[in-house]
Design a protein. Sequence first.
Length: 116
Amino acid sequence: MVCVWGMSNLGPLSYEGESQEVFLGKEFSRVRNHSEATSERIDREIRRIVDTSHDRARQILRQHRETLDDMAQELVLRETLGQKDVLEILRRHELTMYGIAEEAPESVEEPNPEDT
């Protein structure tokens, strides 16, 4: 995300060259075309993204702890939950997948267990 597609505060730059050595469709080495100082900036940026995302995930889980506990209890009782079940739990807590109360769809197509 940071090195290949430039999706960070470092700007829209690619910091990684592609290797010509390919074995079984996997790249085992990358060509570094930047300085050690830039590598350190990349490492700090990756750490910032990971730490920020981790903190945000913990905040969301704390904020919706009651919903999480309700969903966990349903899983203990039933072992699996389909989309309709999850939407019902969210509706009970006046949430949706995006945190805004709305009606669940009338008919939700359950996945076929044979497809998984």
